[in-house]
Design a protein around this ligand. Structure first.
Ligand code: FMN
Length: 398
């Protein structure tokens, strides 16, 4: 019997059916979201699900996947399939866990549950700056699993430098610098509820445990938590950030730096000139600029613009295996999963995240074989068509 992950996953689900068991964590993204809505309080659910403004970009992210269609090829021996890719010299799955902040509003085990799930499934994790457990605690839970740390560049360079040094010391493999959040997005759901989890002290464990941050406080956070929250708000973001700051950060670390949140090819080129080894094409899941280009629409131009050897990652709208295949065929080396695993965490902690990962991997594997490929690394533009262009050319020629 084959042990390709898709075959294995389907087999275990169907065999469960013989014992009257069906998957408890929903497979379909839409059902996962609906179940999380039931399970969570309204403010926490809206915080995860919502986007900026009228949420046009949230919808555009999903719609962009419809424009590209896979063109299956057959009779090409897909009995054995290789899902692995190489990123910064490490063999890994072509999907990773995106940095998602304040996970304590979803589950008490928060990032620790996610890290344990990542480790159990061998899926790389990107830890957010605004986590509820520290850089060090999450590194320990991840063990040897590839781990990247996402930095929100602080307005206090000493805090930023301290975070980078801690990530290096804790054994992280790369530093992800998120640049699309110099200012908070206009998120109508959160504003309407007047809900910002940080103000309740959620998601600031890296700050309250940081020597450079603590040095700014008159009283330790344990004695005056409210003061620590206000100080966090003060140092969290930096609207004055520019390319020189990025170059400074790249020079500050020996880790490969990956710039997250780029959509314009010129920005991607400039990031690599500043010293970045990779980029994440992303619009933050539509949470920052309402009306921003769908991340998938931005991907091909960015992938073409950067030099060979630059790691190109992608997120915003990846829900199923076919979505990942499309992004990989359009030039991404790997994709990041965001909301799907956040909902898995909300529903059943570590187990919920593991279920999401098992299903995603199974779907990805089977879809890869069904489009006629036996290796993710061989996917290219030949695997898909732009149906708009196809229809237009039909109109013109016919
Ligand atoms: C609740 C939530 C919190 C997030 N927190 C962070 C974060 O702390 N740092 C970051 O770089 N991106 C953050 N993101 C963005 C994700 O890394 C990723 O870009 C986004 O989820 C992709 O969109 P998708 O989930 O719709 O696929 C967050 C996203 C969500 C939904």
């Amino acid at each position: 019997m084959s042990d390709n992950p898709g075959d294995t996953r389907q087999r275990e689900i169907y065999m469960g059916g013989l014992a009257e068991m069906t998957p408890e964590v929903p497979l379909a993204y839409e059902d996962l979201e609906a179940a999380a809505m039931e399970a969570l309080d309204g403010a926490a659910f809206d915080y995860v699900m919502g986007g900026a403004g009228a949420e046009r970009t949230v919808r555009a992210n999903a719609a962009a996947f419809d424009r590209w269609r896979l063109v299956p090829r057959f009779l090409r021996d897909v009995a054995e399939r290789d899902l692995f890719v190489e990123v910064f010299g490490v063999e890994q799955y072509p999907f990773m866990l995106a940095p998602v902040g304040v996970q304590s509003i979803l589950h008490e085990d928060a990032e620790l549950a996610v890290a344990r799930a990542a480790s159990a499934q061998g899926v790389p994790m990107v830890l957010s700056s605004v986590s509820s457990f520290t850089i060090e605690e999450v590194a320990e839970a991840l063990g040897d699993t590839p781990k990247w740390f996402q930095l929100y560049p602080s307005s206090d360079r000493e805090v930023a430098a301290s975070f980078v040094a801690r990530a290096e010391a804790a054994g992280y493999d790369a530093l992800v610098v998120t640049v699309d959040t110099p200012l908070p997005g206009w998120r109508e759901r959160d504003l309407q509820r007047a809900y910002l989890p940080f103000l309740e002290g959620e998601g600031i464990a890296n700050y309250t445990s940081d020597p450079a941050f603590r040095a700014r406080l008159d009283q330790p956070p344990e004695e005056n938590p409210q003061m620590a929250v206000l100080e966090f708000i003060d140092v969290f973001g930096d609207a004055s950030l520019d390319w020189e700051d990025l170059a400074w950060l790249c020079a500050e670390t020996d880790l490969p730096v990956v710039v997250k949140g780029l959509l314009h090819p010129a920005d991607a080129r400039r990031a690599t000139e500043a010293g970045a080894a990779g980029v994440v094409v992303s619009n933050h899941g539509g949470r920052q600029v309402d009306g921003a280009i769908a991340a998938l629409d931005a991907l091909p131009r960015v992938a073409e613009a950067v030099a060979d050897g630059t790691a190109v990652l992608f997120d915003s709208g990846v829900r199923r295996g076919a979505d990942a295949i499309k992004a990989l065929a359009l030039g991404a080396d790997a994709v990041l999963l965001g909301r799907p695993y956040a909902y898995g965490l909300a529903l059943d902690g570590q187990h919920g995240v593991e279920e999401v990962l098992r299903n995603f991997r199974g779907d990805l594997d089977l879809t890869l074989g069904l489009v006629g490929h036996d290796a993710v690394s061989a996917l290219d533009r030949e695997a898909l068509v732009d149906v708009w262009a196809l229809r237009l050319s039909g109109l013109v020629s016919g």
